[in-house]
Write a protein that binds this ligand. Structure first.
Ligand SMILES: [Zn+2]
Length: 345
C-alpha cells in the first residue's frame, strides 16, 4: 500500500527558468502512475501544517517574515531561492503533507508513505529559507514524531547535503541524520567531522562522495557505515529525504546513479525500519524530468514489490576510498568530542 499526500495546486510557485518548477511534481506523480497501483494507492486530503507544527523546527519570527514576504508579492530571497504571493500557502501544504501521511501510516499500521510536494525542504534552516527550500518539510514531520516519543532516522540521499535538517537536529538525541552527498557541491557543509552536539554525539552521519560515484559505492556506504550507526540508534521510524538529483541524468550535479540504484538503496533503507508502516519518503531535489519519473517509479516499485523494471544498477565508479575515510574521520571526531565534553554542573 502506497500512501501519498493530497494534491495541491502549486503552479503559482514558479519563477521563469528556475529548475525547481511545477513540472517536477508532475513527473514524480507520473512515476507513481507508471506502477499501476490501483487499489494499492491511497491519496489523502491535502493538509496544511499549523503554526504550532511549523514552530517545532522554525522560529516564529521567520514564519512571520516569510508569510509577510509572500503576501507582499514575493521575490528572490537569495540567489537560488524564490517565493511568490502563493508560496506561503503552497509551502505550508508541503510541510503538512508529511504529517498527514504519517498520521495515516500510524492509523493503518502498514504501507509506505510518499510525500509528493514542493517546494523541497532539506536546506531550509530554523530561521532562513535556502537552496530552493522555504519550510523544512521532513524536519517538521520528524519533529511531529519525536513529540510523540518516537526515535527518527532520517536518511538523506539527495545529491546535496541537507544542511537545514542537520542544523535543526544537531543536538537532538531522538534523531539520527544520515546524508550521502556529492562533495564539493552546494551548500558546502556535510563534512565527516560534523557529528552532532554534546547531547547527540554521533547523531549526524555525513558521507561526502566525489563526482562520478556509482550505486555500488552507495550500497557499501549504507551497509558498512550507516547500518552500524542505525543499529546503535534503534529508530522507531525511518524518513527519507528522497531527492533524485544524484541520478546520472541530473543537470545540477555529477553523480552516476540510475533508477536501479535508487531501487536498491530503497530496499536497504526499508530494512532500517523496525516494522511495517514506519517508512515515509519525501521528494526533495531531482531536476531532469525523465530521470525523476524513472527514479520515483524505481524507488517505490522496489518498496512495493511491483512488476516494474528500473534502469540497470551502476558500478565501478570512484568513491569507495572516500567512504572509508569519512567513516574513520567520523569515529575519530566522536572520540575527540567525548574527551572534550564539558563537565556537568
Ligand atoms: Zn538536491
Amino acid at each position: 500500500m502506497l500512501i501519498v499526500n493530497g494534491p495541491v495546486e502549486d503552479a503559482e510557485h514558479e519563477e521563469f527558468g528556475h529548475p525547481e518548477r511545477p513540472d517536477r511534481l508532475i513527473a514524480a506523480l507520473a512515476g507513481i502512475s507508471d506502477l499501476d497501483l490501483g487499489d494499492d494507492l491511497t491519496v489523502l486530503t491535502p493538509y496544511a501544517a499549523t503554526r504550532a507544527e511549523l514552530a517545532r523546527v522554525h522560529q516564529g519570527a521567520y514564519l512571520d517574515e516569510l508569510g509577510a514576504y509572500c503576501y507582499a508579492g514575493g521575490g528572490n530571497i537569495d540567489a537560488d531561492t524564490y517565493a511568490t504571493y502563493d508560496s506561503w500557502s503552497i509551502a505550508r501544504y508541503a510541510a503538512g503533507a508529511g504529517i498527514a501521511v504519517i498520521d495515516e501510516l500510524r492509523r493503518v499500521g502498514t504501507g509506505v508513505g510518499f510525500i509528493a510536494a514542493r517546494p523541497p525542504g532539506h536546506h531550509a534552516l530554523a530561521d532562513r529559507a535556502m537552496g530552493f527550500c522555504l519550510l523544512n518539510n521532513i524536519a517538521v514531520a520528524a519533529a511531529s514524531l519525536t513529540a510523540l516519543g518516537e526515535r527518527v532516522l532520517i536518511v538523506d540521499w539527495d545529491v546535496h547535503h541537507g544542511n537545514g535538517t542537520q542544523s535543526i537536529f544537531w543536538n537532538d538525541p531522538n534523531v539520527l541524520y544520515v546524508s550521502a552527498h556529492q562533495w564539493p557541491l552546494f551548500p558546502g557543509s556535510g563534512g565527516s567531522r560534523e557529528i552532532g552536539g554534546f547531547d547527540a554525539l554521533g547523531g549526524i552521519v555525513n558521507i561526502p562522495v566525489p563526482a562520478g560515484t556509482t550505486g555500488d559505492v552507495m550500497l557499501r556506504a549504507l551497509d558498512d557505515v550507516v547500518a552500524p550507526a542505525v543499529a546503535q540508534f534503534s529508530p522507531t521510524w525511518v524518513l527519507v529525504s528522497a531527492g533524485f538529483d544524484a541520478h546520472r541524468g541530473d543537470p545540477l550535479a555529477d553523480l552516476a546513479l540510475t533508477s536501479g540504484d535508487f531501487a536498491m538503496m530503497a530496499n536497504r533503507v526499508a530494512q532500517f525500519a523496525p516494522g511495517p508502516g514506519r517508512l515515509a519518503l519525501f521528494l526533495e531535489g531531482g531536476y531532469d524530468l525523465a530521470a525523476l519519473r524513472a527514479s520515483v517509479a524505481g524507488t517505490l516499485g522496489a518498496l512495493l514489490d511491483c512488476d516494474y523494471a528500473p534502469e540497470e544498477a551502476s558500478s565501478g565508479g570512484p568513491g569507495q576510498e572516500q567512504v572509508l575515510r569519512a567513516a574513520n574521520e567520523r569515529l575519530i571526531a566522536i572520540h575527540m568530542a567525548e574527551d572534550s565534553r564539558p563537565e556537568e554542573d
